[in-house]
Ligand binder design. Structure first.
Ligand SMILES: [Cu+2]
Length: 62
């Protein structure tokens, strides 16, 4: 799964998003700050749940 998160701009954003996805059961989370993307395995969970957990941290998911 891959999302664009345009307002993710620094290491703080990267850590926040990695942490919230991992703590919600998503796996192999990889943030690319230059591309403003996050890639991860759904690990049996759904895409909309991933979108929601990122949005709860104040980011916009496309
Ligand atoms: Cu940041």
């Amino acid at each position: 799964m891959k999302f664009n998160v345009k307002d993710m701009t620094c290491n703080h954003c990267k850590k926040t998003i990695e942490k919230v996805l991992r703590s919600n059961g998503f796996k192999d989370v990889k943030v690319d700050l230059d591309a403003h993307t996050v890639e991860f395995e759904l690990n049996g969970r759904d895409k909309s749940a991933a979108k929601r957990v990122i949005e709860t941290k104040g980011y916009t998911v496309e």
